[in-house]
Design a protein. Sequence first.
Length: 398
Amino acid sequence: MVTNDPQPFFPDGEPFHIAGVHSAELILKGKNRPFFEKILMKNLRLAISRLGGISEVQQTMGKFLLPLAPGTALDDYRHMLSRIPGVETFFFAHRLPHDLAQLKTFLRRLAAGMDKVPFAIRTRRSYKPFPMNSVEINRELGAVLVAEGWPVDLNRPQRAFHVDVLKDSLLLYSDLFRGCGGLPVGSSGKVVSLLSGGIDSPVAARLLYNRGCRVTYVHYHNQTMDACGVRNKIHRIVAFLQAYQPPSRLYMVPFQHLQKAIVSFCPARERMILYRRVMFRIAQRVADKEDALGFVTGDSIGQVASQTLENLRTIYSVARLPVFTPLIGMNKQQVVDLARHYGTYDISILPYSDCCTFMLARRPETHGRVERMREVEENIDLETLEQEAFHDAEIITF
Ligand code: ATP
Ligand code: MG
């Protein structure tokens, strides 16, 4: 039984020795499976070392086993494992020697604190020389609980006890926790996230992590507007999102000169479209430098004036790489729910000054056209200003 229960059964006084990870989607990947598994293994090691744990990860029977140091805070591990892309389910297991009598005694003690619900024993034997097969182990252990008054239900048990027979030990575990699934970060190439300080763009980036992408971030800021607040907020978002991928970069691009220049020649109604075209051209420079294969934004059709389909076409047309918009068909509530789910919401709602609101019209253009924007852009040497902004970007590694 897979649980999202925040308080699963952790018996007092019986420490867990191992955390185990299943990676179901990877199983579908046929011959490429070792490639995906190697990356997941690396990411697990990295995450454990960031927690200060033991970073040797073993792989066996389509599972990854992570030894837990004595006194490990299980909640830290649960938090971590539920957020690593590629982890489908995970569990915490007790490790015992190859001794069935000891296993029976242990199971009896463990089960003593639990509700006597319909149960099943599920054994998997990867170590074939073990003197009993899985059916025999299921029967022997099942009999222990039946004697204690537990009803058996092999088809739809409310609690399953799993036994894995490994070469050097037996693992016993029950609760399975749900991970976020998907593919391990690093298995699908890199994208550049256009990250604002709002709710949407961090969720969009997070969704691409789940498809195995690495993410480099670009944020445009107007240094005259609450520079410190913006920096703190953007750094917090990136640090949070970054926790489970290898080090990556954030480009903090100064936008003040460009905005001033744009305000001087571009009608207020069209400024937002132009700001965003400029953002994409600078992001393209970042993508070239970072060898990225696409962009990701938090756009959703019609959410605000800059996101009408016509405006999006006019904005995205300056990008030379595909623009991925995982939120494109969602409404705000759906995005908010995802932001809560992924834990970005609380940071996203901190107050900050959004550079995009600088000198805009009350009724912005919603039918932006590429030809018209090209005409507007001819008024000034934007390329030089874009190059300078890119050159002056502060690059921070997380
Ligand atoms: P959120 O603020 O996350 O996206 P929003 O609804 O406020 O969503 P807009 O401000 O219109 O959306 O911006 C749309 C998209 O443009 C953002 O999702 C983001 O990808 C990009 N963007 C906007 N402002 C910035 C910025 N200052 N730096 C980088 N990207 C930005
Ligand atoms: Mg925004």
